[in-house]
Design a protein around this ligand. Structure first.
Ligand SMILES: CC(C)(COP(=O)(O)OP(=O)(O)OC[C@H]1O[C@@H](n2cnc3c(N)ncnc32)[C@H](O)[C@@H]1OP(=O)(O)O)[C@@H](O)C(=O)NCCC(=O)NCCS
Length: 282
């Protein structure tokens, strides 16, 4: 195993070609395609591990991004090396085989049928007030996202592969409002306030004329169980259904009972399971 040092891109390309030809185990391919190259172009030198038929590329020390291609036979050695590097904070694999310490994560993609939109949103209780997205409160939204997601597996995916800090949440928010997941829709993305304090939010992007994407729904801990999420979700449905939207797409981990409870069985147009394996330091 050869840790660190500048990347030999010819060797990397050759390794990747071999991995693809052998149906090697990919992880974080999207990062490899996009941000890896962008960051490298910006002069942020990645660490690299190359060992025969296994390779991993760990982006700069601030982002701890892991991009991994490995032949199954080389995987244990590669994973051990990555885990020994304190810069690596999480690793995601499509198949972890017998590797210890990897947790199975089941992520569901739900599509909800907007024919079941209620006539009226469920009420929101005073002193709480819910308003369409307030751009000037985006930093508060990043704070809330960071607090709510700090200890959840869904949170890990929100800012994957980085921890959901205020900074990484702000980056994801800037991406989303800038169009990273479709056209951000401030009129059906809501903010809930207790006085001036932001205590809940939804983030919604429009994918096409019929499908909207509920990117996130979050309520601060002490405001949970009061119907805030139900109200924001109803407002979304009530606004979108008359505009010709047919479904809401939403991703959530299988164990997230609170989220699963937000949608009633009859509303579910389809569900698809994406099963992955995640190792998180500590
Ligand atoms: C999911 C979440 C937004 C729910 O917010 P909330 O304001 O507490 O939800 P509500 O009070 O509006 O409750 C909505 C429904 O879910 C049910 N529910 C809420 N929390 C629940 C829990 N922990 N277990 C089971 N059901 C739950 C309620 O009984 C209610 O059902 P009903 O309308 O049929 O009576 C909140 O728990 C949260 O922010 N979780 C962390 C963030 C997250 O995981 N987001 C989704 C990933 S993208």
């Amino acid at each position: 195993m050869r840790p660190a040092g500048p990347l030999d891109f010819l060797a990397v390309d050759a390794a990747l070609a071999r991995f693809r030809a052998r149906h090697a185990i990919p992880a974080e391919f999207a990062a490899w395609e996009g941000s890896f190259w962008a960051r490298h172009g910006a002069g942020e030198a990645p660490l690299a591990y190359l060992a025969g038929d296994a390779a991993a590329f760990v982006e700069g020390s601030r982002t701890h991004r892991v991009v991994l291609y490995a032949d199954p036979g080389m995987l244990p050695d590669l994973i051990r090396t990555l885990q020994a590097d304190p810069a690596v904070h999480a690793i995601s694999l499509s198949d972890a085989g017998d590797l210890p310490d990897f947790r199975v994560v089941e992520r569901w993609e739900h599509r909800f049928d907007l024919r079941f939109a209620p006539a009226e949103p469920a009420p929101v209780h005073a002193p709480l007030a819910v308003e369409p997205w307030v751009p000037g409160r985006q930093a508060d939204a990043a704070d809330l996202l960071s607090a709510v997601n700090a200890t959840t597996v869904d949170g890990l995916y929100l800012t994957w592969p980085d921890a959901p800090t205020q900074e990484t949440c702000a980056r994801v928010l800037a991406g989303l409002t800038g169009g990273s997941h479709g056209t951000f829709s401030p009129d059906v993305s809501f903010m809930a306030f207790d006085g001036d304090r932001l205590v809940g939010l939804t983030l919604v992007a429009l994918e096409d004329a019929e499908v909207s994407f509920l990117f996130e729904i979050a309520v601060a801990f002490r405001y949970r169980g009061t119907g805030l999420a139900r109200h924001m979700l109803d407002r979304l449905k009530v606004a979108l259904a008359p505009r010709g939207f047919k479904t809401v797409r939403f991703l959530a981990c299988g164990h997230n009972a609170a989220v699963q409870a937000l949608f009633r069985p009859e509303e579910v147009a389809s569900r698809a399971l994406d099963r992955g394996f995640v190792w998180i330091r500590g």
